[in-house]
Write a protein that binds this ligand. Sequence first.
Ligand code: FES
Length: 440
Amino acid sequence: MESIWEKTVHLPKFESLRNDIRADVLVIGGGLAGLLCAYELTQAGVDCVLAEAGRLCGGVTKNTTAKLTVQHGLIYHKLLKEFGPERTRAYLEANQAALKRFRTLCRDIPCDFEERPSYVYSLDSRKELEQELAALDKLGHPAVLADKVPLPFPVAGAVRFDRQAQFNPLKFAAGLLNGLKIFEHTRVLEVKTGEAVTGGGRIRADHIVVATHFPFLNKFGCYWLKMYQSRSYVLALEGGPNLDGMYVDGSGKGLSFRNDHNLLLLGGGGHRTGKQGGGWAVLEDFTRRHYPGAQPVCRWAAQDCMTLDGAPYIGLYSPRLPRLYVVTGFNKWGMTSSIVAANLVTDLILGRDCPYQEVFSPSRSVFHPQLAVNAGESSLNLLTPTRPRCPHLGCALKYNPQEHSWDCPCHGSRFAEGGQLLDGPATGDLPHPPPKHSKA
Ligand code: FES
């Protein structure tokens, strides 16, 4: 189940760490967020090393649909209510700066960067779209209410942002690697003050950035309570229409669309990891009904960290740990959020003022209804007496018949049928292979 990006791009391989080393900054995690942190810090003249547990971009980055947009669903109306105008404007400006940085970087990196309009549609609520437009008007961001979109079902309308973009994430990542100090297959086992312990040696560093998708240090920051993970599915269709734009359902539960060369990427079927969901079956059914001439040529799934209030956590891992940083919780908008994270972390490490610090602060308020949902889900699965158990914090794993994996509903760790770790925050395989299972 390789994505179209993996099929077309093969990133160079890097050695694993075999001795003790020292650097100004250690970045843990070699997805796009970690790579961009290492890239921006190195560009700023900082001696930086990156340690990746597996292969570079081997997690979410290879499975994204790679939309570069500041339009993160119908988020601005919601953020205005949650954060007020000042912090919402900071969120918007941080993402506008990220999109601008992508434009600059992509001039020199051949990565199929293309400008496209971005649309968030609603199936039935014109009011939600109008509220979003009013919020954008208040923030001074141009947007248009489109009555029609070229999708094969009726909509109440769509909010359109012009001059957004799409690209090939692995081609882009390949263009960042020159001059970076990278160790692959180097899992960080423990982080102490100013030092990370790996199987191949110790890395001493003044600053450490945890960019491991879901943070793996449980003792601090309560990320296991502040986030859950969500899976979503993608089909690449040959013979589908060219939609000349990027489209996503504003409810967060529907479908997404974008083209890549002659393919149409159809996304959806999402659900909380470890729960039942529509998966690829929803997308296949939609294809049969609406694009009968199209053929799926490739399919894959992505996994995203979802925060309590819809904004990422970027900044100090915990107020008690002054030189340990975290970048996580991108809420399915990982491309622009990765650059926001790289800019913000670089500013923090270099002691520069950053106007976006507060809105992304990982220690902002946790009083949000989603906190109770997360706590309830964890309690329920901790008390469920079935096996196998998740080695992260002990929840009961659920069999995922679509992907033949064992998934954790608490925080989203996943394991292959043989027990091998697929996704964190767990950091190792299951101690015993789980029982054979053919259906949920
Ligand atoms: Fe936390 Fe499973 S991922 S208990």
